[in-house]
Write a protein that binds this ligand. Structure first.
Ligand code: PGA
Length: 245
């Protein structure tokens, strides 16, 4: 389903006391946001997010989940465990996991499938490195990442997920894709989903800030954002969640 969506990715940040303040402010200030709002927190804070956001429209979730339902996988967390905390979202295939944890596109697709099987919505991240962009390979890279999900899930199911286009060179660097660059890849992603593409939610991630969110979200194929650094501050996250006309 296509819907305006802004999700915060806290990455490996937070502690109980500062989380409580931030979650309380999200609840106070974003219950009437003009989009779906979510926060993906480190696993140990899922219960805290549930306790402090329960009953308000802001959703919560995790930043990864195992491709396996259960078993001898020390250190892994299943999607069903994440679901037990009332979660709605799970990020899969973030570039930090693809590059630092050697996750292949097929592994990411298996994780997306596991997340859906647990009744949660995967936020599937795709995007090229600077080297790949400069070699003219952006579409080939994004296509390979998407096709792994398409072949496992099919386009109609993938259109029920959220796809996040996050150029690796824009993540945490302060360097944002221009609205035109982002729009072009978003249109490509929709086209790759065929008939289901028009109904998919496709969001942009990579150094989104209050100063650039509105022009990005105004693009015809951009439905919102996946927000890293700026999701840790209510003063930055609130205006981003409201940057829709
Ligand atoms: P950033 O991160 O907003 O800090 O660039 C985005 C992301 O990694 O999802």
């Amino acid at each position: 389903m296509r819907a305006r969506t802004v999700v915060g990715n806290w990455k490996m940040h937070g502690e109980l006391a500062s989380n409580a303040k931030l979650l309380g402010r999200l609840r106070e200030r974003l219950a009437d946001a003009p989009c779906r709002v979510g926060v993906c927190v480190p696993f140990p804070y899922l219960a805290q997010a549930r306790d402090l956001l329960d009953g308000c429209p802001i959703g919560w979730g995790a930043q990864d989940a195992s491709a396996h339902p259960r078993g001898a996988y020390t250190g892994e967390v299943s999607a069903a465990m994440v679901a037990e905390f009332g979660s709605r979202w799970v990020i899969v295939g973030h570039s930090e996991r693809r590059s630092l944890h050697a996750e292949t596109s097929d592994r990411v697709a298996a994780k997306a499938q596991a997340v859906m099987a647990a009744g949660l919505t995967p936020i599937v991240c795709v995007g090229e490195t600077l080297e790949e962009r400069e070699a003219g390979r952006t579409e080939a890279v994004v296509a390979e990442q998407l096709d792994a999900c398409l072949s496992r899930l099919g386009a109609p199911a993938l259109a029920e997920a959220v796809i996040a286009y996050e150029p690796v060179w824009a993540i945490g660097t302060g360097r944002t894709a221009s609205p035109g660059q982002a729009q072009a890849v978003h249109a490509f992603i929709r086209a790759r989903l065929g008939a289901a593409g028009a109904g998919a939610t496709v969001v942009y991630g990579g150094s989104v800030k209050p100063a650039n969110a509105r022009e990005l979200f105004a693009m015809p194929d951009i439905d919102g954002g996946l927000i890293g650094g700026a999701s840790l501050s209510i003063e930055e996250f609130e205006p981003i969640c409201r940057a829709f006309d």
